[in-house]
Design a protein around this ligand. Sequence first.
Ligand SMILES: Nc1ncnc2c1ncn2[C@@H]1O[C@H](COP(=O)(O)OP(=O)(O)OP(=O)(O)O)[C@@H](O)[C@H]1O
Length: 246
Amino acid sequence: MMENEPIIEVRQVNKSFGKNHVLRDFSMDVNQGENLVILGKSGSGKSVLIKCIIRLIDADSGSIKVLGNEINGLDQEPLDDLRSKIGFLFQSNALYDSMTVRQNLEFPLRIHWTKEERLKNGYSAVMEALTDVGLAHTIDMMPSELSGGMRKRIALARALILRPKVILYDEPTTGLDPVTGREISELMVSVQKKYNATSVIISHDMNCIRITSNRVIMLIEGRNYADDTFENLKKSNDPKIKEFFT
Ligand SMILES: Nc1ncnc2c1ncn2[C@@H]1O[C@H](COP(=O)(O)OP(=O)(O)OP(=O)(O)O)[C@@H](O)[C@H]1O
């Protein structure tokens, strides 16, 4: 990867489902160390975009480079290797209810580490990730014993365990009360600082966006409609932008 090259480079991406043309020549750059928020209405294609970035779905055309790799056409092995450098925090959390917190956090290690590595460093990796989210004491608990906000933090710890260079957040504060949402947003900022990670955050929670974003891209009608700081977008007179801030 070249120095100063964007961590994620999306160029002219199109994606349709039948007649539903979701992404239209969508382009964006995500730079090292920034928290970029993608803001758009429900159904505008934010999740589709994130899924294209990790190739959970294939774009119809265009180019997507992640950490210097063109992901379209990448074989399974290099794709798996690339995915191990990306942490995901999806809306559903998807903690395994029948596993303890520790087993949930060990799950990515089972896929990406050897048995020897796990035996040697697994416990300290789990403890450090749990400490990062302030929940070291829950290590032997079951997800059902935790509140929604705690489960979200455990899911974040699991996303952090492989020390990802990139973290993708899909509506990280949805379903949380405002105070807990704020705590999660602040945690996202401290994680960014500690690991110098690069994040892409899908959100329509204005508090979360204000707290976490270094930059906001507005996804409107499938395009990168506006790209600016939260404060500047808030001052915009463009009706399509304004409606998000009123
Ligand atoms: N696998 C799929 N098959 C068919 N259509 C899909 C598929 N995934 C997404 N879509 C369609 O693509 C459009 C964008 O969906 P997407 O989930 O990206 O929206 P979003 O911006 O993330 O919305 P929300 O904020 O509600 O999560 C929607 O019209 C959706 O119905």
